[in-house]
Every structure is written in C-alpha cells, then in structure tokens.
Design a protein around this ligand. Structure first.
Ligand code: ADP
Length: 307
C-alpha cells in the first residue's frame, strides 16, 4: 500500500532549542499511526510541520506522495489538522462554527450543509447543532473541533492529543470515529501520551523522546522487541507477596504486585508454590503481556507518566 506520510531525518529548532533531532517514519495509507511520547518530546512540532504550519530545518517530508516544500497548498487541501488547543467561536453555535470552517476549506452551499449534517452525526452531536459552543463540555468542544477538520473529506487526518482532559463518553466517540474513518480508507496520525490509546487504535507506532524516534513498528513487534514480560499476583487485603530468590523485587501495581522477568513461567510456578506454603489467599496469578509502559521504561529509564 502507498505511504500517506514519509518523513526522513526531520530536524527543527526553535531559536537555540532543538525540538526535533532525527524523526523518521512512514505511515501507510488507510492506517492509524500513533506518535507516543511524553510532554515536550516533539509530537506537536512534527504534526505542525506535516500540516504545513511550521517550517523545518533538516530532512525531508512527503505527504500523500508530494514533497511538502513544493506542494504545500495542494497537500493542505487534502488533509485535516486537529490542533491540541480548541479553536472555536464560543458565542456561535456548532452550525455557524462549522459553516465558517467549511468555507475556509472551500466547501460551500448545499454540499457544505450536507457535510455539516454528516460530520455532526459522525461526532455524535447532531442534536446539539444549534446550541452555543459556550454551553458545551470540554469533550464536546473537542469533538466539534474534530468535525471542523473533516468537512472537506480529507484523505489524511492529523490529531494532536485529542483526548487530553476529556470525559470518557467523548473519548469513546472519538475512538469510534477514528475506527470509522479508517474503514473509509482515511489515514490517521494520532499523538498521545496514553499508551492504552495506541494499543486500542493504532496499527503502528513511533515512540518519540527528546526529538528522536527511539522505537517504531507494529505494536506487537515493539512490545516483543523492547517490552519485558511479567507476572501479576493479587492477594487478599493485608497479605504481602513472598520474595522469590533469584528474581527481582515485585513492584506494587493496582491491587497487586508485578514482577518483571525474562522467565515468567518459572516465576509464576515459584510464586504459586510459595503462596501455597504460606497459605496465602491468591486472587489472581497470571503471566501478563509486555506493555508500552515497560517498553518506555526499558528504552529511557523513566516511566511515560512521570517523565
Ligand atoms: P510535545 O507535543 O511532544 O509535547 P512539542 O513539539 O510541543 O512536544 O515540543 C518539543 C520541544 O520544543 C519542547 O522542548 C518544547 O518546549 C519546545 N517548543 C515547542 N514549541 C516551541 C516554541 N514555539 N518556541 C520554543 N520552543 C518550543
């Protein structure tokens, strides 16, 4: 399948601050690609460059087969960009906001009316078309912001952390919408610092840290290559997990403990017999899949949440 985005050796500085050092990745047409990284990693800068809103200093960028430096305007007409900040007129209703954005994208008349109805359906806010934006929750505003970027039927949609600070209902709507865009063959580039979102939505991902891609590939590939396996043990309240000679200390996680190990079955068997010997009440004992959290920890030495 053709690539929708090709980035090679992308570099960008803001004055003396080097925001992007070496970003390279390719996004296949019709797929959802996740950019995962902590705050300040360079996700927004990369997305703004792709959307044609920022110049860059080094490397090459092709969007939908065209060099962004040569065909910026033509590309802009085929992509939708959803910025992190909400850019809506609070006093106007959704209909008027979407009319304004649609006209900016060159959609007019009957076609615009039809598209507004369709995108409002898509983001689940068709019944609120005439209410002022000021009366909307943060999540609803974000959904209208996404709707605005879909009016001209873009082939590629770039979403910069669309779920930050929103309610679960809006988050679910956004997820469903992304899945339906994918079914229609639209390419989605999605940035987040929540790895569960990448796990739920993305076919491939790149992990960005300090302006460089530190891992990329299909989710399972990245997990297999960089993630460690673990065993999870949950006991009755007040009980402590037995220490296992030859294994690392388990770390508290949720209601239980997580033990990272290259030999999860051995650890599970040892924990099972140690718990039995001590007559502990085992609620859960299982091998767990590596997570992006363990990948991030292995690659950077910090957790995604604390960094
Ligand atoms: P992310 O989206 O991953 O949080 P950004 O792309 O926003 O990261 O930022 C990357 C780096 O560039 C950070 O160190 C940030 O402080 C810096 N940066 C971003 N925008 C500007 C700007 N307009 N001027 C100066 N530095 C900036």
């Amino acid at each position: 399948m053709k690539p929708a985005i090709e980035i090679h050796g992308l570099g960008k500085s803001y004055g003396s601050k080097m925001a992007l050092k070496d970003i390279s990745f390719t996004v296949r047409e019709g797929s959802c690609f996740g950019l995962l990284g902590p705050n300040g990693a360079g996700k927004s800068t990369t997305m703004k460059i792709l959307a044609g809103l920022l110049e860059f200093d080094a490397g090459g960028v092709k969007v939908l087969g065209e060099d962004i430096r040569r065909s910026g305007d033509r590309i802009k007409a085929k992509l939708g960009y959803v910025p992190q900040s909400i850019t809506l007129y609070e006093k106007l209703n959704s209909l008027d906001n979407l009319t304004y954005f649609g006209e900016m994208y060159g959609v007019r008349g009957g076609e615009l009316k039809k598209r507004i109805r369709e995108v409002l359906e898509q983001v689940g806010l068709a019944d609120r078309a005439k209410d002022p934006i000021a009366s909307f929750s943060g999540g609803m505003k974000r959904r209208i912001n996404i709707a605005a970027a879909l009016l001209h039927k873009p082939k590629l949609i770039i979403m910069d952390e669309p779920t930050v600070g929103i309610d679960p209902q809006s988050r679910n709507h956004i997820f469903e919408m992304i899945r339906s865009l994918k079914r229609e063959g639209v390419t989605v580039l999605y940035s987040t610092h929540y790895m569960e979102e990448v796990e739920a939505l993305c076919d491939r991902l790149a992990i960005i840290d300090h302006g460089s891609v530190i891992a990329q590939g299909e989710l399972n590939e990245v997990l297999d290559r960089f993630g460690s396996q673990a065993v999870y043990l949950e006991l009755a309240e007040g009980e402590r997990p037995p220490a296992l000679p030859g294994f690392d200390e388990p770390a508290a996680q949720g209601r239980g403990w997580l033990l990272e190990t290259a030999a999860p079955l051995d650890a599970l068997a040892c924990w099972a017999s140690a718990c039995k010997e001590r007559s502990l009440n085992v609620k859960r004992l299982e091998v767990v899949r590596p997570s992006l959290e363990t990948v991030f920890l292995a690659l950077t030495g910090t957790t995604l949440r604390d960094s």
